[in-house]
Design a protein around this ligand. Sequence first.
Ligand code: PMP
Length: 316
Amino acid sequence: MSFDQITWMWSNGEFVEWRDASVHISTHTLHLGSGVFEAIRCYDTNNGPAAFRLDAHLDRLYSSASIHSIDIPYTHEDLTDAVTELICRNDFSSCYIRMLCYHGSGSLGVLPNNCPVELAILAWPLGAYLGSHALEHGVRVTISPWVKFSSRMMPTTAKARGQYLNSLLAVRAAVKEGFDEAILLNEEGTIAEGSGENLFLVRDGRVITNDEKSSILLGITRDAVIRIARDLGYEVEIGPIRVEDLLSADEAFFTGTAAEVTPIREVDGKQIGTQERGPITYEIQQAFFAATSGQDPRYQHWLHSVRQPAAAAMLF
Ligand code: PMP
């Protein structure tokens, strides 16, 4: 990953040159982690770059903001246009997009009184989050000693900024021990999710995942994969997943905007199934990439074209 190719970012309604971007040190979010955010991928398709499930990500941004009593001072349409133009200005054919909604400078008590709600959008080229090897050969993970916070502590369905310290503790400890990623259990002791991914199992031809009752973020990739798996004819079961279910699964994989569909090949040294990437994981992964690349017309509505209007018009 590198920021070298970024020329433009978007900040509070304006396009700003990347090298000129700055925030004041008294920004509330820098002190207390207040605010919410989104992460979106833009894929290279036959019709040019397209943001995958942009509407769903924006809906989740507004929903996360509402949970945390933040009024975003831009409309869905404003933000759609901002993302679209940002990708065009940077001339990216594919990229990862971060939208940050944060409390700016005004006061530094716990309540962000007089702190304006600010919004920034960044975009940069990003390959496979867990490494290019991971998509084909799978990742080695560990069950973290850190417990995923429960929704009685903080709403897990909101994508809020400070809560990622929980994920950070887990993944840092995992990587230090030589693993690729951590899986966090929830307070009940069943599986919650990865530090930045949802988790799926495959058992006896059925696809299994958990839901918000297991203290997870309801991933947009998770939703896409549930639909894809059903369209492929698999029964999808949704409910709590125990550690022993994972250890005895035929296959397991992570889903996430960054991680896409990444097979899990080993949990704490125990191999999952008999192959690095199981056959159903592979089938779902292929179908997912057919959707993101615009090759499957059934999922065309998930792609938001980011061509400049003039360039798009020239196509017809
Ligand atoms: N769980 C957590 C904790 C995450 O950070 C993410 C990444 N946003 C996910 C799950 C997957 O969500 P999505 O598919 O919407 O990226």
